[in-house]
Design a protein around this ligand. Sequence first.
Ligand code: SAM
Length: 285
Amino acid sequence: MTTWSLQTAPELSDLQFEQWNKLLEARTGIQVAPHQRSFLQIQLSRRMRELGIKHYAQYYGQVSSGVQGMVEWSVLVDRLVVKETSFFRHRDSIEFVRRFLQNRINNQSLSDSFEVWSLGCATGEEPYSLAMVINDCFELAGLDPYHGITATDISQPALQSAREGIYGKRKLEPIATDEQARYFKPCDGERESYQIVDKLRDRVCFSHGNVLSVAEMPMVKMDIIFCQNVLIYFRRWRRREILNELATRLKPGGILMIGLGEMVDWTHPNLQRVADERVQAYVYV
Ligand SMILES: C[S@@+](CC[C@H](N)C(=O)[O-])C[C@H]1O[C@@H](n2cnc3c(N)ncnc32)[C@H](O)[C@@H]1O
């Protein structure tokens, strides 16, 4: 006799694939390409198995209705998003932020605060990389103005892990040894695990946020908005809408930084592309 746990995943029909894809895109902006259909099927059926649900239609009904549905949705969405990230993932972009801040310090053009926003921050490597270079700049200059990083993501488990800021030794490889020593401490009792030091963790505020709802997010104006490897999963018109909204969240002179090549033909009346081909950055003029 076969039990549910031993059965193979039921096939997603064309109609079901379309239905789930539509729901995912409406709620997150992410599109699952036809060649990733088996990924969607595996993740759905794995979760259904955990819940003892046998039919996609029944599970669809569960995630699309009521408060319980929203709770289940937040579990599922974490399984469907790509959370791949690393420290200093696109080093040129992070180093651009270092130069930008150093220039402001040298020109004495800092405003009262220095505010940074990392959207789609995953498990925290991106905002912590930014926190390291910002701390380097202020420490070197002997300054300590108000500064902070807001880091948002749609995945609650990713945010939880980001708040803890604990990483295995291999994750630290892109970080220079002296920076590892300054910004990480070994975890008690856990071999080969390191935690971001408190003074950096205290600078980063992680919170749940969907990039589709940027317009409703009550944010202060930003000096730097960093949004990399998130919009690539979205349709072009949606990327454009989100970028237009992000542009309104910049301080004059602030920078919007996206992944190189993530949006090729986008322009905005208040933004000017920075003349540095190593990065895709726009300054609010
Ligand atoms: C590939 S990771 C990129 C992480 C980091 N920005 C980097 O470049 O290394 C994409 C992240 O975007 C998040 N994400 C996807 N759709 C989102 C949405 N609609 N709102 C907020 N975050 C989203 C995912 O949860 C994931 O953590």
